[in-house]
Every structure is written in structure tokens, then in C-alpha cells.
Design a protein around this ligand. Structure first.
Ligand SMILES: [Zn+2]
Length: 470
């Protein structure tokens, strides 16, 4: 059994003014993909897995069309060169906005299908924040998605997709996918799976898997920061019995719809000034505040200095801003060297709709070179605030992201992160967390985003609408 594999994986928002280009992608080709730590389970599976290309980028603005064509072209060329295969494993995020396209994943899947032929099986794994269309699922045979957000099951989801694919080929199982779109568009922060109603909705999926005729049940939140017709939630069931998978997808879609009013943010939310005041009044020695509008893990730019300005206005006793994208400032600090004091205009150079450069005086505390993935970072002290300046858009999602630049987050009264919800490693250590409803490309107030092309009516934009799954 020969199975080719690869994919293009990015969460991309067209509300960001900064496009994602070839330079933003880390690309694994051929054997380098096998050698990566992404698929440790392949050797356990009874098939020959043949790598093509896997390209992954940090969440960002829409992928420019030329970049997409280059990446897809190389993936398809490598697939063609492999020759006949029994299957293809497609490794995706699922929310790839490509400039000028409405459904990049459907385009990619269709082109892969055209090469492998109608008899080969295609299985895909996705993030539950991906956007799924009928056109896309028509090109593939098997689909599974994460069941946790914050994500803890990425590896096992990829493993499950490959296992289902091997089994379907080995047993010549005829599979189908039922996809029921749900006219609900909510943020990942409002739909966590570790609190209700997400906990019971996603917690029920393993039970659906056990129903005869079903192979996998997946529930997609979708990705809200993109203006495409496929941006909405979806219930997607893969299986062998058409009537059963359609019925279960409808039931799952209806359950999500019924719970729509119950979704809430997992942490208290307020303006940045409110969050700072609450943090200063809190007994906890350290409080995390998410700068949610400029959340780089949802594709925002990461250069809005608004929270830094507020921390300075409040004259906080100690704080960290992690981080602030500003390549110019990083270069200036590197040239000045550790210990130098200098005047800088921080941030506000890319997302000019939501921020403007903040003039500050400060001192270079430390320099760090994160290599190809993170580029250079600088800890720059302004009054009582340590600002981690980053050359490339990045996110501080785990403790090691802080310690590698010499910062112990828990030693500071306030830690501002450009995230929405805290990722598991920070959730584990944070004594207390608030989410600031700040402006930016990933603003949480979805009803105020400039959508023109999503389907309507859509909850919560059309809050009084009626709907039934069919
Ligand atoms: Zn996600």
C-alpha cells in the first residue's frame, strides 16, 4: 500500500493588512518531512508513506496568490513524480485565505484528486477552526478534526486520519462524508471545549464515532476573521452508511445551534484599562492579560502598541509585553547593543488602522536570535515594562518562549500576551487571566467586523434568525 502525503497549513485572515508570503512559510520537502517530528506514528502503520511537500506558516494575513501557486505547484509536481498511489493524506489547518480565492482548501483537494484519480482514497486532518465547504468535502473521502481548543490533540488527530485511511484502503471500505453547514460564526475564544457548552458538544463526539456506519464525527467552529462564504460552523461525519451519517450530522448541527446562546468567553473581559485596574487590585502576584484584537495566533499583525501605552499610563510596578512586532526597532537595538539606552517609536507601522508608533525611551536588556522560525528578539525596558520586540510576527504561547529571552513571566505583576485564550502551557501557570477587548485584525466583536461576503442570515450578526438543520 502506497500513500502519499503533504499539505499547506495556515490560518489566514483577510482583515490583516500584511499578506503572508513565501518567506513566512517553513517548507518540508521529501525526506525532511519524514524526519520532522510531525508524524511519529507513520512507522506503526502498515503502508509505505511517501512524502511530497508540507508548508506551514504562522497565522497571518491572506496568502498572496503567487505564493499559493508556487507551493501547490511543487506539491502537485512531487505527487505526479511519485506515480500511482492508493491514497493521499492531506495535512491541513483549513482556514487558508488566499488572495482572490474563496476556498483554497477545495482548490488544493480537487487538484490532488485529479492526480491520484477517483479510485485512490484521500483523508484529511484539520483544525476545528478550519472552514469546511461542500465543494471541499466532495474531493475527499475521510475527514477528522481536533476535538480540543485550546488544542491538545493535534498529533492524535493526524494519527487518526492516517489510521482511517490505511484501514479504508486495506478493507476496500466505501466511505462518504456528510457535511451540514451551521449558520453560526463565533470566535475560538467563545467556543472553548474545556468549558460548557463546548465540553458536552465535543465530549459527545467519541460516542457518535461508535454508532455503526460512522467512522468519525467532527464539529467545526470555523474561522471568523475571514470574509468568505464558507466561514461558518459545520458538523461533518465520515462513515459508510449514507442515511446514518446524514442523520448524525444533522443532529450534531442542531445541538450546536441550540447551544449558541450559551457560548461565553472563558475569562473575564473588559477594556485594556479595566483589565489593568483589575490586575493591579488582584491579590495574585501575576496576572495575564490577552491583547485579543492583536492576537497573532488568529493572524493579527502583532504591532499595535496600545496595551504598552496603557501600562505606561497606569505606571504599573512591573510588566512584560510579549511581544511587539517591530523589525526596525529590533535592528536599532541590535546595533546599539545590550545596555544601551535609546529613543524609539515602537510598533504601529503595519496595522496603521489600529495603532500608531509609540515614542518611548528605554534600555536594551538582552538580545536573542531565534533562527529561521522566530528571527531576532530584543528585551527593551521602558519604565517598569519589559517589551519583547520581535523581528518577525510571533506569539508567546508557552513558558519557554519567555525563558529563552531571559524572562520569568511569574516574576511580573502583569504579563500582556498577543493571544486570545491562553494556550495550555500558559493556562497551566497563570494565577489569573483577563482578556482585553482591544482593536485589531482579530477583534472579538465579530458583529462589528466589515463582513460583505459571509452567508446571511448568520448568528450572532442576525441574532433573531430561525434555523433548522437539513
Ligand atoms: Zn485552532
Amino acid at each position: 500500500m502506497r500513500i502519499a502525503f503533504g499539505g499547506i497549513s495556515i490560518e489566514a485572515t483577510n482583515f490583516s493588512p500584511v499578506p503572508s508570503t513565501l518567506d513566512d512559510f517553513i517548507i518540508y520537502r521529501g525526506e525532511a518531512l519524514v524526519a520532522s517530528d510531525r508524524y511519529p506514528f507513520l512507522k506503526e502503520l502498515k503502508a509505505e508513506f511517501v512524502p511530497t511537500l508540507f508548508a506551514q506558516a504562522w497565522p497571518g494575513g491572506a496568502v498572496d496568490a503567487h505564493t499559493y501557486q508556487i507551493l501547490k505547484g511543487e506539491l502537485l509536481a512531487r505527487l505526479t513524480a511519485i506515480g500511482p498511489v492508493d491514497g493521499f493524506y492531506l495535512d491541513l489547518h483549513g482556514a487558508m485565505k488566499v488572495d482572490g480565492m474563496d476556498d483554497a482548501e477545495a482548490d488544493l483537494a480537487a487538484d490532488i484528486r485529479a492526480i491520484v484519480g477517483s479510485r485512490a482514497r484521500i483523508a484529511a486532518s484539520m483544525d476545528l477552526h478550519g472552514n469546511v465547504s461542500q465543494t471541499y468535502v466532495a474531493s475527499i473521502d475521510l475527514l477528522t478534526a481536533y476535538r480540543t481548543a485550546p488544542h491538545r490533540d493535534a498529533l492524535e488527530t493526524r494519527h487518526k486520519a492516517c489510521r482511517m485511511l490505511v484501514d479504508a484502503i486495506a478493507n476496500a471500505t466505501e466511505t462518504q462524508i456528510a457535511c451540514v453547514p451551521i449558520p453560526v460564526l463565533l470566535s475560538g475564544e467563545a467556543t472553548r471545549t474545556d468549558m460548557e457548552p463546548g465540553r458536552h458538544l465535543w465530549g459527545a463526539l467519541p460516542e457518535i464515532d461508535k454508532i455503526p456506519g460512522v467512522l468519525d464525527a467532527s464539529l467545526f467552529v470555523g474561522f471568523a476573521w475571514v470574509d468568505e462564504p464558507r466561514a461558518h460552523a459545520a458538523a461533518v461525519i465520515t462513515g459508510t452508511n449514507t442515511a446514518v451519517i446524514q442523520r448524525e450530522a444533522q443532529k450534531l448541527a442542531q445541538a450546536y445551534w441550540a447551544a449558541r446562546h450559551e457560548f461565553k468567553f472563558g475569562t473575564p473581559v473588559g477594556s485594556i484599562d479595566e483589565c489593568i485596574q483589575w490586575a493591579l487590585a488582584a491579590d495574585e502576584a501575576c496576572v495575564f492579560i490577552s491583547d485579543s484584537g492583536d492576537n497573532t495566533t488568529a493572524g493579527a499583525v502583532g504591532d499595535i502598541p496600545g496595551c504598552l501605552a496603557s501600562l505606561l499610563t497606569h505606571n504599573v510596578p512591573s510588566a512584560v509585553v510579549a511581544g511587539l512586532t517591530d523589525a526596525t526597532a529590533v535592528v536599532a537595538c541590535v546595533q546599539a547593543g545590550v545596555g544601551a539606552t535609546l529613543a524609539l517609536r515602537l510598533g504601529g507601522k503595519l496595522d496603521t488602522a489600529h495603532g500608531q508608533p509609540l515614542p518611548v525611551h528605554g534600555k536594551v536588556i538582552s538580545l536573542f536570535d531565534g533562527g529561521r522560525e522566530q528571527d531576532r528578539q530584543v528585551v527593551f525596558q521602558v519604565a517598569n515594562v519589559k517589551v519583547i520586540l520581535t523581528e518577525r510576527r510571533s506569539a508567546f504561547t508557552q513558558v519557554s518562549d519567555f525563558t529563552q529571552v531571559g524572562i520569568d513571566p511569574l516574576a511580573h505583576k502583569i504579563v500582556v500576551v498577543k493571544l486570545g485564550y491562553l494556550f495550555p502551557d500558559l493556562l497551566r501557570i497563570a494565577p489569573l487571566a483577563y482578556m482585553a477587548l482591544t482593536p485589531g485584525a482579530a477583534a472579538q466583536d465579530l458583529a462589528r467586523l466589515p463582513y460583505r461576503r459571509i452567508q446571511r442570515p448568520m448568528y450572532p450578526m442576525d441574532s433573531e434568525m430561525a434555523w433548522a438543520a437539513e
